[in-house]
Design a protein around this ligand. Structure first.
Ligand code: COA
Length: 272
């Protein structure tokens, strides 16, 4: 690998981008004093970091995490609500400001992983649910306190929640506004693996590097096909699945994968 590119900071340093090596990009929500609550400026910064990593050919997997050990993201920054989210019209404008970044993450062309410690609430859970895979430390607390604040959680967030945990668990979380711990989140399918506090980030980066070392087109095929499986049948793009499948079978990487196996060596994939 070439030498690691320097870190970048966005949103006055509240969003950090680092490249820990092995084709992995790391985005850190960095406002630990506020439990990494997401301000609108941080949403803008998240978008900028995601675009930078999307356009970086060396990066094949993106990991999102929170600074400190107390929170991934504790939701939207409530201190901005009085001015920016106090009624339906303001709330619509507020949602629009982060819509592009949420869409960017939802349709991100590279695999994404959320690495979660501490609180993961409201909009923070929404971000985690927009990633492909979620790993959590045992001390995590998940919840959607919308009913405690008097706000609606929105279609996209609920669509992802329902598809991960099913309608009844989604109702329980939303109606009661209750928080659940990591073990319960694992049980209902909200997170995919629990790792100890110390192991969480290194183990997440290891798995990210493993993904980054696999054939990019094959990984992309899995990502595209699973996304299409989750769509309503009327909106499903079977041609996209066929296209990426053909691209894999005709790729240099498939040839390299076969040869490397026969020659008992590690394959060197190029993504074409
Ligand atoms: N928006 C704005 N500020 C927040 C915040 C949020 N979502 N979450 C935490 N903070 C701030 C607190 O106001 C506090 O600020 P202060 O030091 O100036 O008083 C600081 O972060 C630390 O929070 P505190 O409540 O003292 O920490 P805690 O560890 O006891 O509890 C939480 C952490 C996350 C459980 C609690 O802060 C909380 O319930 N936050 C709101 C969560 C929420 O409703 N999110 C959904 C928003 S749509």
């Amino acid at each position: 690998m070439p030498a690691a590119a320097p870190s970048l900071a966005f949103a006055d340093g509240k969003i950090l981008l680092t490249r820990p090596g092995g084709g992995v990009g790391l985005v850190t929500f960095n406002n630990p004093d506020k439990r990494n609550a997401m301000s609108l400026e941080m949403w803008d910064g998240l978008g900028q970091a995601l675009v930078a990593l999307r356009d970086d050919a060396e990066i094949r997997v993106v990991v999102l995490t929170g600074a400190g050990d107390k929170a991934f993201v504790s939701g939207a920054d409530i201190s901005q609500f009085e001015q920016n989210r106090h009624n339906a019209v303001a709330s619509e404008a507020y949602a629009q400001r982060s819509a592009a970044q949420r869409a960017l993450l939802a349709d991100y062309p590279k695999p994404t992983i959320a690495c979660i410690r501490g609180f993961c609430l409201g909009g923070g859970l929404q971000i985690a649910m927009l990633t492909d895979i979620r790993f959590a430390a045992p001390d995590c607390q998940f919840g959607i306190p919308a009913a405690r604040l008097g706000i609606a959680y929105g279609y996209d967030g609920l669509r992802n929640l329902v598809s991960l945990v099913g309608p009844s668990q989604a109702r329980l979380l939303l109606y009661a506004g209750m928080r659940i711990d990591a073990a319960e989140a694992l049980r209902i399918g909200l997170v995919d693996r629990i790792m100890s506090q110390d192991e969480l980030l290194p183990a997440t980066l290891d798995i990210a590097r493993t993904i980054a070392g696999n054939a990019p087109l094959a990984v992309q095929a899995a990502k595209i096909t699973i996304a299409e499986v989750l769509k309503d049948e009327s909106r499903r793009d079977m041609a996209a699945i066929k296209q990426i499948g053909d691209a894999c079978m005709d790729s240099e990487d498939f040839r390299e994968g076969r040869r490397a196996f026969m020659e008992k060596r590690k394959p060197a994939f190029k993504g074409r």
